[in-house]
Design a protein. Sequence first.
Length: 292
Amino acid sequence: MELRAFFGPDASGPILKSSIDLDLNRSPFIREKIDVKLEGETPADIIKQAGGIHLGDETFKVTFVKINNLPANEKVEYKERKEIERAIGWEINGDADLKNPDRHFGIAACGGRWYFGEYQKNKRVWTEHIKKPREYSTALSARDARAIANIAVPDPAGIRAIDPCCGIGTVLVEALSMGIQIEGRDINPLVADGARENIAFFGLEGKVAFGPIADVKEHYDVAVIDMPYDLCTHATLAEQQDILIHARRIARKLVVVSVNSIEEMISQAGFNIQDRCIAKKGTFSRRILVCN
């Protein structure tokens, strides 16, 4: 999945099929997911196949998942959507329960084909992290921080990560809430205390050390660095270059965030840029670069 899929508008709708086992609740952008079990060229194809579903004592519900921005010839009006839901429901061997079903199925049309399967809606856990006890205006938004954590560690199993310029811990909170093994560090003791407070506030456990990246002795699979640029912890160009050089020393992969163009500095540190995008917060823009 390309980097822009984590930030671009194309990721705002449901995901029908993916080459990865997608944990929907990790994404701050994907609203819904259908784990496709049946496919067809028409609703009738799905209705016919639905007769092979036997649920025993389990109850079920069928929801037509509306996809925005489809061509006019692929749009399905409300009345027809409800008719399709009912027709599929009649074929499924089981008892319907529209309020509290044991199984929730979804039906959707996209690209001239129809898809049916288990339906899941994003719980949007990250929205609970927007208001923190310690925050400042230039920090990453919770949504962008969650996307960056996803980009840095798509699969947490066996991966060790570090955020050596963690600020108030916006990335740490999102990463820890997704089960990512990540440590934080900041050169400003007051900011590091703020990160610890924010982590504890959401019932999470994570280590946040005080000190520069130069003091890091261990090696990590990935480093996430939001380059210091504000009044709390400012870094000169020379200091930013030093941060990148140390990142190369301690991690094999880097996801770096910067308000300035630092492509040349990244190259000088020994990294290769694999992907990039721009994340905006109002009129404020950041570069997101994935390097190895």
